[in-house]
Design a protein around this ligand. Structure first.
Ligand code: HEM
Length: 468
Protein backbone atom coordinates (compact mmCIF):
# COMPACT_ATOMS: atom_id res chain seq x y z
CA UNK A 1 0.00 0.00 0.00
CA UNK A 2 1.73 3.28 -1.05
CA UNK A 3 1.94 6.09 1.51
CA UNK A 4 -0.59 8.77 0.89
CA UNK A 5 0.06 12.43 1.55
CA UNK A 6 -2.24 15.24 2.53
CA UNK A 7 -2.37 17.94 -0.14
CA UNK A 8 -2.00 21.60 0.89
CA UNK A 9 -5.28 23.31 1.81
CA UNK A 10 -6.58 26.75 1.03
CA UNK A 11 -7.13 28.96 4.12
CA UNK A 12 -10.91 28.92 4.50
CA UNK A 13 -13.86 30.24 6.47
CA UNK A 14 -16.16 27.70 8.20
CA UNK A 15 -19.11 26.35 6.15
CA UNK A 16 -18.68 28.55 3.07
CA UNK A 17 -15.09 27.41 2.65
CA UNK A 18 -13.59 29.15 -0.39
CA UNK A 19 -16.95 29.99 -1.97
CA UNK A 20 -16.73 33.79 -1.60
CA UNK A 21 -13.18 34.39 -2.93
CA UNK A 22 -13.79 31.87 -5.71
CA UNK A 23 -17.07 33.51 -6.78
CA UNK A 24 -15.45 36.98 -6.80
CA UNK A 25 -12.76 36.15 -9.34
CA UNK A 26 -12.44 32.42 -10.10
CA UNK A 27 -9.29 32.33 -12.28
CA UNK A 28 -7.38 34.73 -10.01
CA UNK A 29 -8.42 32.78 -6.92
CA UNK A 30 -7.17 29.51 -8.41
CA UNK A 31 -3.99 31.09 -9.73
CA UNK A 32 -3.28 32.60 -6.32
CA UNK A 33 -3.70 29.17 -4.71
CA UNK A 34 -1.16 27.73 -7.15
CA UNK A 35 1.26 30.61 -6.53
CA UNK A 36 0.99 30.07 -2.77
CA UNK A 37 1.98 26.42 -3.23
CA UNK A 38 4.46 26.45 -6.12
CA UNK A 39 5.53 22.81 -5.79
CA UNK A 40 2.09 21.29 -5.05
CA UNK A 41 0.69 18.54 -7.29
CA UNK A 42 -2.83 19.43 -6.23
CA UNK A 43 -4.54 21.74 -3.72
CA UNK A 44 -7.57 20.99 -1.59
CA UNK A 45 -10.36 23.53 -1.00
CA UNK A 46 -14.06 23.31 -0.18
CA UNK A 47 -17.38 24.92 -1.10
CA UNK A 48 -20.14 24.46 1.47
CA UNK A 49 -18.56 21.22 2.64
CA UNK A 50 -17.93 19.80 -0.84
CA UNK A 51 -14.33 18.75 -1.42
CA UNK A 52 -12.55 20.21 -4.44
CA UNK A 53 -9.06 19.57 -5.73
CA UNK A 54 -7.24 21.86 -8.11
CA UNK A 55 -4.94 19.64 -10.19
CA UNK A 56 -1.58 21.24 -10.95
CA UNK A 57 0.80 18.46 -11.96
CA UNK A 58 0.54 17.62 -15.71
CA UNK A 59 1.04 13.91 -14.89
CA UNK A 60 -2.05 14.00 -12.70
CA UNK A 61 -3.93 15.89 -15.44
CA UNK A 62 -3.16 12.91 -17.67
CA UNK A 63 -4.46 10.50 -15.01
CA UNK A 64 -7.75 12.38 -14.59
CA UNK A 65 -8.49 13.27 -18.23
CA UNK A 66 -6.84 10.45 -20.15
CA UNK A 67 -5.65 7.28 -18.39
CA UNK A 68 -8.47 7.01 -15.87
CA UNK A 69 -11.10 9.21 -17.52
CA UNK A 70 -13.93 6.74 -16.81
CA UNK A 71 -13.25 6.98 -13.05
CA UNK A 72 -13.63 10.76 -13.23
CA UNK A 73 -16.75 11.64 -15.24
CA UNK A 74 -18.03 15.21 -15.56
CA UNK A 75 -19.49 16.52 -12.31
CA UNK A 76 -23.24 16.07 -11.79
CA UNK A 77 -23.60 19.71 -10.77
CA UNK A 78 -21.95 21.05 -13.95
CA UNK A 79 -23.76 18.47 -16.03
CA UNK A 80 -27.13 19.45 -14.51
CA UNK A 81 -26.60 23.15 -15.19
CA UNK A 82 -25.30 22.74 -18.75
CA UNK A 83 -27.83 20.14 -19.83
CA UNK A 84 -30.71 22.55 -19.07
CA UNK A 85 -29.97 24.11 -22.43
CA UNK A 86 -27.53 21.80 -24.20
CA UNK A 87 -29.67 18.71 -23.59
CA UNK A 88 -27.63 15.54 -24.00
CA UNK A 89 -25.26 16.65 -26.77
CA UNK A 90 -21.56 15.81 -26.91
CA UNK A 91 -20.52 18.20 -24.15
CA UNK A 92 -22.97 16.80 -21.61
CA UNK A 93 -23.43 13.12 -22.55
CA UNK A 94 -21.57 10.53 -20.48
CA UNK A 95 -20.39 6.91 -20.78
CA UNK A 96 -21.86 4.79 -23.56
CA UNK A 97 -24.10 7.61 -24.78
CA UNK A 98 -21.05 9.87 -25.15
CA UNK A 99 -19.05 7.17 -26.99
CA UNK A 100 -21.91 6.63 -29.45
CA UNK A 101 -22.37 10.33 -30.08
CA UNK A 102 -18.68 10.98 -30.48
CA UNK A 103 -18.46 8.18 -33.05
CA UNK A 104 -21.44 9.57 -34.95
CA UNK A 105 -20.15 13.15 -34.94
CA UNK A 106 -16.45 12.42 -35.58
CA UNK A 107 -16.68 12.11 -39.41
CA UNK A 108 -18.17 15.62 -39.59
CA UNK A 109 -14.90 16.92 -38.13
CA UNK A 110 -12.55 14.84 -40.27
CA UNK A 111 -9.76 17.07 -41.60
CA UNK A 112 -10.78 16.46 -45.22
CA UNK A 113 -14.30 17.55 -44.40
CA UNK A 114 -13.38 20.71 -42.51
CA UNK A 115 -10.82 21.66 -45.16
CA UNK A 116 -13.82 22.57 -47.32
CA UNK A 117 -14.76 25.30 -44.85
CA UNK A 118 -11.51 27.27 -45.31
CA UNK A 119 -12.88 29.39 -48.15
CA UNK A 120 -16.01 30.27 -46.16
CA UNK A 121 -13.86 31.40 -43.25
CA UNK A 122 -11.74 33.66 -45.43
CA UNK A 123 -14.74 35.01 -47.41
CA UNK A 124 -16.57 35.97 -44.25
CA UNK A 125 -13.47 37.54 -42.67
CA UNK A 126 -12.82 39.50 -45.88
CA UNK A 127 -16.44 40.71 -45.92
CA UNK A 128 -16.06 41.93 -42.36
CA UNK A 129 -12.83 43.77 -43.11
CA UNK A 130 -14.33 45.35 -46.23
CA UNK A 131 -16.70 47.31 -43.96
CA UNK A 132 -13.91 48.69 -41.80
CA UNK A 133 -12.62 52.25 -42.32
CA UNK A 134 -9.12 53.26 -41.32
CA UNK A 135 -9.17 55.44 -38.20
CA UNK A 136 -12.50 54.22 -36.81
CA UNK A 137 -12.93 52.52 -33.45
CA UNK A 138 -14.67 49.15 -33.37
CA UNK A 139 -15.52 46.71 -30.64
CA UNK A 140 -13.30 43.90 -31.84
CA UNK A 141 -14.74 41.41 -29.34
CA UNK A 142 -18.16 42.02 -30.92
CA UNK A 143 -16.75 41.78 -34.45
CA UNK A 144 -15.08 38.45 -33.67
CA UNK A 145 -18.24 37.14 -32.00
CA UNK A 146 -20.38 38.03 -35.01
CA UNK A 147 -17.85 36.66 -37.50
CA UNK A 148 -17.42 33.30 -35.77
CA UNK A 149 -21.19 33.06 -35.28
CA UNK A 150 -21.79 33.49 -39.02
CA UNK A 151 -19.03 31.03 -39.86
CA UNK A 152 -20.40 28.32 -37.60
CA UNK A 153 -23.96 28.93 -38.88
CA UNK A 154 -22.78 28.65 -42.47
CA UNK A 155 -20.65 25.55 -41.93
CA UNK A 156 -23.28 23.90 -39.76
CA UNK A 157 -26.43 24.62 -41.78
CA UNK A 158 -25.16 25.91 -45.14
CA UNK A 159 -27.96 28.45 -45.30
CA UNK A 160 -27.63 31.02 -48.09
CA UNK A 161 -26.16 34.27 -46.87
CA UNK A 162 -29.32 36.36 -46.31
CA UNK A 163 -31.11 33.46 -44.59
CA UNK A 164 -27.95 32.60 -42.70
CA UNK A 165 -27.70 36.07 -41.17
CA UNK A 166 -31.32 35.81 -40.02
CA UNK A 167 -30.80 32.33 -38.58
CA UNK A 168 -27.47 33.20 -36.99
CA UNK A 169 -28.87 36.35 -35.38
CA UNK A 170 -31.96 34.57 -34.06
CA UNK A 171 -30.07 31.55 -32.75
CA UNK A 172 -27.21 33.76 -31.52
CA UNK A 173 -29.63 35.93 -29.52
CA UNK A 174 -31.32 32.89 -27.94
CA UNK A 175 -27.96 31.37 -27.07
CA UNK A 176 -26.83 34.62 -25.52
CA UNK A 177 -29.83 34.57 -23.14
CA UNK A 178 -29.23 30.90 -22.32
CA UNK A 179 -25.59 31.54 -21.56
CA UNK A 180 -26.47 34.42 -19.24
CA UNK A 181 -28.84 32.32 -17.16
CA UNK A 182 -26.40 29.41 -17.18
CA UNK A 183 -23.68 31.71 -15.85
CA UNK A 184 -26.04 32.77 -13.05
CA UNK A 185 -26.61 29.09 -12.23
CA UNK A 186 -22.87 28.44 -11.98
CA UNK A 187 -22.50 31.27 -9.46
CA UNK A 188 -25.43 30.05 -7.33
CA UNK A 189 -24.63 27.52 -4.59
CA UNK A 190 -28.17 26.06 -4.78
CA UNK A 191 -30.16 25.47 -7.98
CA UNK A 192 -33.86 26.34 -8.29
CA UNK A 193 -36.09 23.68 -9.85
CA UNK A 194 -36.87 24.46 -13.46
CA UNK A 195 -40.64 24.64 -12.93
CA UNK A 196 -40.32 27.59 -10.52
CA UNK A 197 -41.32 30.75 -12.45
CA UNK A 198 -38.15 32.73 -11.60
CA UNK A 199 -36.98 35.43 -14.05
CA UNK A 200 -34.10 33.17 -15.17
CA UNK A 201 -36.31 30.11 -15.67
CA UNK A 202 -38.76 32.14 -17.75
CA UNK A 203 -35.96 33.63 -19.85
CA UNK A 204 -34.54 30.13 -20.38
CA UNK A 205 -37.89 28.73 -21.47
CA UNK A 206 -38.45 31.58 -23.97
CA UNK A 207 -34.96 31.33 -25.49
CA UNK A 208 -35.11 27.54 -25.67
CA UNK A 209 -38.44 27.78 -27.51
CA UNK A 210 -36.93 30.07 -30.19
CA UNK A 211 -33.87 27.88 -30.52
CA UNK A 212 -35.75 24.60 -30.79
CA UNK A 213 -38.24 25.96 -33.31
CA UNK A 214 -35.50 27.42 -35.54
CA UNK A 215 -33.50 24.20 -35.49
CA UNK A 216 -36.53 21.99 -36.10
CA UNK A 217 -37.50 24.09 -39.13
CA UNK A 218 -34.00 23.76 -40.59
CA UNK A 219 -33.85 20.00 -39.98
CA UNK A 220 -37.37 19.44 -41.39
CA UNK A 221 -36.55 21.40 -44.54
CA UNK A 222 -33.34 19.48 -44.97
CA UNK A 223 -35.00 16.11 -44.54
CA UNK A 224 -37.35 16.99 -47.40
CA UNK A 225 -34.53 17.86 -49.79
CA UNK A 226 -33.23 15.34 -52.27
CA UNK A 227 -29.52 16.04 -51.99
CA UNK A 228 -28.40 14.14 -48.93
CA UNK A 229 -24.97 15.75 -48.60
CA UNK A 230 -24.81 19.51 -48.92
CA UNK A 231 -21.27 19.61 -47.59
CA UNK A 232 -22.22 21.06 -44.20
CA UNK A 233 -22.03 19.56 -40.72
CA UNK A 234 -25.78 19.02 -40.60
CA UNK A 235 -25.57 16.70 -43.64
CA UNK A 236 -22.89 14.66 -41.93
CA UNK A 237 -24.92 14.39 -38.74
CA UNK A 238 -27.99 13.35 -40.73
CA UNK A 239 -26.03 10.75 -42.67
CA UNK A 240 -24.22 9.36 -39.62
CA UNK A 241 -25.03 5.76 -38.64
CA UNK A 242 -23.80 3.73 -35.71
CA UNK A 243 -22.70 0.06 -35.96
CA UNK A 244 -26.36 -1.05 -35.83
CA UNK A 245 -27.20 1.23 -38.74
CA UNK A 246 -29.08 3.60 -36.44
CA UNK A 247 -28.88 7.38 -37.01
CA UNK A 248 -29.64 10.25 -34.65
CA UNK A 249 -33.23 10.89 -33.64
CA UNK A 250 -34.65 14.43 -33.64
CA UNK A 251 -33.78 15.13 -30.02
CA UNK A 252 -30.22 13.89 -30.42
CA UNK A 253 -29.86 15.98 -33.55
CA UNK A 254 -31.22 19.10 -31.83
CA UNK A 255 -28.92 18.64 -28.85
CA UNK A 256 -25.91 18.06 -31.08
CA UNK A 257 -26.60 21.08 -33.28
CA UNK A 258 -27.11 23.40 -30.31
CA UNK A 259 -23.98 22.01 -28.66
CA UNK A 260 -21.81 22.53 -31.73
CA UNK A 261 -23.30 25.96 -32.32
CA UNK A 262 -22.54 27.02 -28.74
CA UNK A 263 -19.17 25.29 -28.34
CA UNK A 264 -18.10 26.31 -31.82
CA UNK A 265 -18.12 30.07 -31.85
CA UNK A 266 -17.69 31.86 -28.54
CA UNK A 267 -14.52 29.95 -27.71
CA UNK A 268 -12.91 30.80 -31.06
CA UNK A 269 -14.11 34.39 -30.90
CA UNK A 270 -12.54 34.82 -27.46
CA UNK A 271 -9.26 33.25 -28.62
CA UNK A 272 -9.19 35.81 -31.44
CA UNK A 273 -10.11 38.81 -29.27
CA UNK A 274 -7.39 38.07 -26.74
CA UNK A 275 -4.87 37.55 -29.55
CA UNK A 276 -5.67 40.98 -31.02
CA UNK A 277 -5.32 42.53 -27.59
CA UNK A 278 -1.96 40.83 -26.94
CA UNK A 279 -0.62 41.79 -30.37
CA UNK A 280 -1.56 45.42 -29.74
CA UNK A 281 0.57 45.35 -26.57
CA UNK A 282 3.55 43.59 -28.15
CA UNK A 283 4.84 45.49 -31.19
CA UNK A 284 7.78 43.15 -31.78
CA UNK A 285 5.55 40.10 -32.12
CA UNK A 286 3.11 42.11 -34.20
CA UNK A 287 5.88 43.20 -36.58
CA UNK A 288 7.02 39.59 -36.95
CA UNK A 289 3.49 38.50 -37.77
CA UNK A 290 3.18 41.22 -40.40
CA UNK A 291 6.54 40.27 -41.92
CA UNK A 292 5.44 36.64 -42.24
CA UNK A 293 2.16 37.59 -43.87
CA UNK A 294 3.84 39.98 -46.30
CA UNK A 295 6.41 37.42 -47.28
CA UNK A 296 4.07 34.46 -47.73
CA UNK A 297 0.92 36.10 -49.02
CA UNK A 298 2.22 39.34 -50.44
CA UNK A 299 -1.20 40.91 -50.34
CA UNK A 300 -3.46 38.13 -51.51
CA UNK A 301 -6.05 36.48 -49.32
CA UNK A 302 -4.89 33.35 -47.49
CA UNK A 303 -6.03 29.86 -48.40
CA UNK A 304 -5.86 26.61 -46.53
CA UNK A 305 -2.74 25.67 -48.51
CA UNK A 306 -0.91 28.67 -47.02
CA UNK A 307 -1.33 27.59 -43.42
CA UNK A 308 1.78 25.38 -43.18
CA UNK A 309 3.77 28.39 -44.39
CA UNK A 310 2.38 30.65 -41.67
CA UNK A 311 3.91 29.08 -38.54
CA UNK A 312 4.35 32.36 -36.70
CA UNK A 313 0.65 33.15 -37.12
CA UNK A 314 -0.11 29.85 -35.45
CA UNK A 315 2.45 30.46 -32.68
CA UNK A 316 0.81 33.80 -31.89
CA UNK A 317 -2.59 32.12 -31.51
CA UNK A 318 -1.19 29.33 -29.34
CA UNK A 319 0.54 31.81 -27.06
CA UNK A 320 -2.68 33.87 -26.90
CA UNK A 321 -4.56 30.76 -25.74
CA UNK A 322 -1.83 30.02 -23.22
CA UNK A 323 -2.37 33.33 -21.46
CA UNK A 324 -6.12 33.58 -22.01
CA UNK A 325 -7.47 30.06 -22.64
CA UNK A 326 -11.12 30.51 -23.73
CA UNK A 327 -11.99 27.38 -21.70
CA UNK A 328 -10.21 28.80 -18.64
CA UNK A 329 -11.33 25.76 -16.64
CA UNK A 330 -12.66 22.45 -17.92
CA UNK A 331 -15.97 21.07 -16.72
CA UNK A 332 -15.41 19.71 -13.19
CA UNK A 333 -14.73 15.96 -12.88
CA UNK A 334 -16.02 13.86 -9.99
CA UNK A 335 -14.28 10.99 -8.21
CA UNK A 336 -16.77 8.09 -8.48
CA UNK A 337 -15.05 6.24 -5.59
CA UNK A 338 -12.47 6.97 -2.93
CA UNK A 339 -9.20 6.51 -4.76
CA UNK A 340 -5.54 7.38 -4.95
CA UNK A 341 -4.28 10.01 -7.34
CA UNK A 342 -0.50 10.30 -7.39
CA UNK A 343 0.41 10.16 -3.71
CA UNK A 344 -2.91 11.48 -2.49
CA UNK A 345 -6.21 10.03 -1.38
CA UNK A 346 -9.24 11.55 -3.08
CA UNK A 347 -12.60 10.99 -1.37
CA UNK A 348 -15.60 9.69 -3.27
CA UNK A 349 -17.74 12.57 -4.56
CA UNK A 350 -14.89 15.11 -4.55
CA UNK A 351 -14.74 17.48 -7.52
CA UNK A 352 -11.50 17.77 -9.47
CA UNK A 353 -10.72 21.00 -11.29
CA UNK A 354 -8.38 21.17 -14.24
CA UNK A 355 -7.88 24.85 -15.13
CA UNK A 356 -5.84 25.65 -18.25
CA UNK A 357 -5.61 29.26 -17.01
CA UNK A 358 -3.59 28.05 -14.01
CA UNK A 359 -1.66 25.22 -15.71
CA UNK A 360 -0.50 27.59 -18.47
CA UNK A 361 1.04 29.92 -15.88
CA UNK A 362 3.29 27.36 -14.25
CA UNK A 363 6.61 29.26 -14.05
CA UNK A 364 8.76 26.13 -14.12
CA UNK A 365 7.25 25.17 -17.48
CA UNK A 366 6.58 28.64 -18.88
CA UNK A 367 9.28 30.96 -17.47
CA UNK A 368 8.04 34.55 -17.00
CA UNK A 369 4.54 33.24 -17.46
CA UNK A 370 2.83 36.64 -17.82
CA UNK A 371 5.04 37.59 -20.77
CA UNK A 372 3.54 37.16 -24.25
CA UNK A 373 6.18 35.23 -26.15
CA UNK A 374 5.05 33.29 -29.23
CA UNK A 375 8.56 31.80 -29.53
CA UNK A 376 7.55 29.35 -26.80
CA UNK A 377 5.66 27.55 -29.57
CA UNK A 378 8.34 27.05 -32.20
CA UNK A 379 8.09 23.41 -33.36
CA UNK A 380 11.25 22.47 -31.42
CA UNK A 381 10.29 24.17 -28.18
CA UNK A 382 6.71 22.95 -28.28
CA UNK A 383 7.98 19.37 -28.47
CA UNK A 384 9.92 19.94 -25.23
CA UNK A 385 6.85 20.96 -23.25
CA UNK A 386 5.73 18.29 -20.77
CA UNK A 387 2.60 16.58 -22.04
CA UNK A 388 -0.66 17.95 -20.61
CA UNK A 389 1.02 21.17 -19.45
CA UNK A 390 -0.67 23.08 -22.29
CA UNK A 391 -4.25 21.99 -22.87
CA UNK A 392 -6.43 24.78 -24.33
CA UNK A 393 -8.58 22.09 -26.00
CA UNK A 394 -8.68 19.69 -23.04
CA UNK A 395 -7.39 16.10 -23.39
CA UNK A 396 -8.41 12.46 -23.52
CA UNK A 397 -11.77 11.12 -24.72
CA UNK A 398 -13.43 14.52 -24.14
CA UNK A 399 -10.82 16.55 -26.02
CA UNK A 400 -12.40 19.27 -28.15
CA UNK A 401 -13.79 17.71 -31.30
CA UNK A 402 -13.53 21.08 -33.07
CA UNK A 403 -9.85 21.80 -32.33
CA UNK A 404 -8.62 21.54 -35.94
CA UNK A 405 -11.64 23.53 -37.11
CA UNK A 406 -10.86 26.23 -34.52
CA UNK A 407 -7.13 26.45 -35.24
CA UNK A 408 -7.73 26.65 -38.97
CA UNK A 409 -10.40 29.33 -38.49
CA UNK A 410 -8.29 31.42 -36.11
CA UNK A 411 -5.23 31.27 -38.38
CA UNK A 412 -7.21 32.22 -41.49
CA UNK A 413 -8.98 35.09 -39.73
CA UNK A 414 -5.81 36.54 -38.19
CA UNK A 415 -4.06 36.31 -41.57
CA UNK A 416 -6.96 37.94 -43.46
CA UNK A 417 -7.35 40.85 -41.05
CA UNK A 418 -3.68 41.48 -40.25
CA UNK A 419 -2.85 41.58 -43.94
CA UNK A 420 -4.53 44.88 -44.12
CA UNK A 421 -5.03 46.32 -40.65
CA UNK A 422 -3.30 46.69 -37.32
CA UNK A 423 -5.50 47.13 -34.28
CA UNK A 424 -4.64 49.58 -31.50
CA UNK A 425 -6.35 49.45 -28.13
CA UNK A 426 -8.62 52.50 -27.68
CA UNK A 427 -7.09 54.89 -25.10
CA UNK A 428 -10.03 54.58 -22.69
CA UNK A 429 -10.50 50.79 -23.01
CA UNK A 430 -10.00 48.96 -19.72
CA UNK A 431 -9.15 45.31 -20.27
CA UNK A 432 -10.30 42.87 -17.63
CA UNK A 433 -11.29 39.23 -17.69
CA UNK A 434 -14.86 38.06 -17.52
CA UNK A 435 -14.63 34.42 -16.45
CA UNK A 436 -17.96 32.80 -17.21
CA UNK A 437 -18.22 29.50 -19.06
CA UNK A 438 -15.60 31.01 -21.35
CA UNK A 439 -13.06 33.73 -20.70
CA UNK A 440 -13.89 36.97 -22.50
CA UNK A 441 -12.85 40.63 -22.14
CA UNK A 442 -15.23 42.16 -19.57
CA UNK A 443 -16.21 45.41 -21.31
CA UNK A 444 -15.69 44.40 -24.91
CA UNK A 445 -12.51 45.41 -26.71
CA UNK A 446 -12.70 48.74 -28.47
CA UNK A 447 -9.78 49.08 -30.83
CA UNK A 448 -8.74 51.65 -33.42
CA UNK A 449 -8.44 50.20 -36.90
CA UNK A 450 -5.27 51.37 -38.69
CA UNK A 451 -4.44 50.56 -42.28
CA UNK A 452 -0.90 49.22 -42.42
CA UNK A 453 1.71 49.63 -45.11
CA UNK A 454 2.80 46.34 -46.59
CA UNK A 455 6.41 45.53 -47.07
CA UNK A 456 6.07 44.60 -50.73
CA UNK A 457 7.58 45.72 -53.97
CA UNK A 458 4.42 44.85 -55.83
CA UNK A 459 2.30 47.15 -53.68
CA UNK A 460 0.40 49.26 -56.29
CA UNK A 461 -0.79 46.14 -58.11
CA UNK A 462 -1.64 44.37 -54.84
CA UNK A 463 -3.67 47.27 -53.49
CA UNK A 464 -6.13 46.60 -56.28
CA UNK A 465 -6.19 42.91 -55.35
CA UNK A 466 -6.99 43.81 -51.79
CA UNK A 467 -10.08 45.85 -52.62
CA UNK A 468 -12.31 42.99 -51.60
C1 HEM B 1 -10.43 28.16 -29.73
C2 HEM B 1 -11.55 27.49 -29.80
C3 HEM B 1 -11.96 26.37 -28.89
C4 HEM B 1 -11.53 26.04 -27.65
C5 HEM B 1 -10.46 26.76 -26.81
C6 HEM B 1 -12.25 24.87 -27.25
C7 HEM B 1 -12.06 24.22 -26.03
C8 HEM B 1 -12.68 23.04 -25.68
C9 HEM B 1 -12.38 22.28 -24.48
C10 HEM B 1 -11.35 22.66 -23.43
C11 HEM B 1 -13.19 21.19 -24.48
C12 HEM B 1 -13.19 20.07 -23.42
C13 HEM B 1 -14.04 20.45 -22.23
C14 HEM B 1 -13.87 19.47 -21.06
O1 HEM B 1 -13.14 18.49 -21.14
O2 HEM B 1 -14.52 19.74 -20.03
C15 HEM B 1 -14.03 21.26 -25.65
C16 HEM B 1 -14.98 20.34 -25.98
C17 HEM B 1 -15.79 20.45 -27.10
N1 HEM B 1 -15.68 21.38 -28.12
FE1 HEM B 1 -14.32 22.88 -28.23
N2 HEM B 1 -13.12 24.51 -28.24
C18 HEM B 1 -12.96 25.40 -29.27
C19 HEM B 1 -13.63 25.37 -30.48
C20 HEM B 1 -14.58 24.46 -30.84
C21 HEM B 1 -15.25 24.40 -32.12
C22 HEM B 1 -14.94 25.32 -33.29
C23 HEM B 1 -16.19 23.41 -32.04
C24 HEM B 1 -17.17 22.92 -33.08
C25 HEM B 1 -17.35 23.45 -34.28
C26 HEM B 1 -16.09 22.83 -30.71
C27 HEM B 1 -16.88 21.80 -30.25
C28 HEM B 1 -16.66 21.13 -29.05
C29 HEM B 1 -17.45 19.97 -28.61
C30 HEM B 1 -18.64 19.38 -29.34
C31 HEM B 1 -16.89 19.56 -27.39
C32 HEM B 1 -17.33 18.35 -26.53
C33 HEM B 1 -16.50 17.16 -26.94
C34 HEM B 1 -16.78 15.89 -26.11
O3 HEM B 1 -17.00 15.98 -24.91
O4 HEM B 1 -16.71 14.82 -26.73
N3 HEM B 1 -15.11 23.48 -30.01
N4 HEM B 1 -13.68 22.39 -26.37
Amino acid sequence: MPTTLTPPRAPETPILGSFVPFAQDPPRFLHQLAQNHPTADLIHFTFLGINNYLILNPDLVREVLVNRASEFPKSQRDYGILSKFLGDGLVTAEGEQHRRQRKLAQPAFHHKRIAAYGDTMVDYAADMVAEWQAGETRDIAHEMYQLTLYIVAKTLFDADKSRMVEVADKVGQAIHVLQEVTNHDFRRPIQWPQWLPTADNRARQGAKGVLDETIHTIVDERRQQETADKGDLLSMLLLARDDDGKGMDDTELRDQLVTIFVAGHETTSNALSWTWYLLSQNPTAEAKLHAELDEVLDGRLPTLADLPNLPYTQMVIKEGMRLYPPAWTLTGRTATATTTLGNYTIRQGADLMVAPYVLHRNPTIFPEPERFDPERFTAEREKELPRYAYIPFGAGPRVCIGNSFAMMEAQLIIATVAQRFRLRLAADQRVEMNAQITLSPLDGLRMVVEERARNSQRQPHLTAELAY
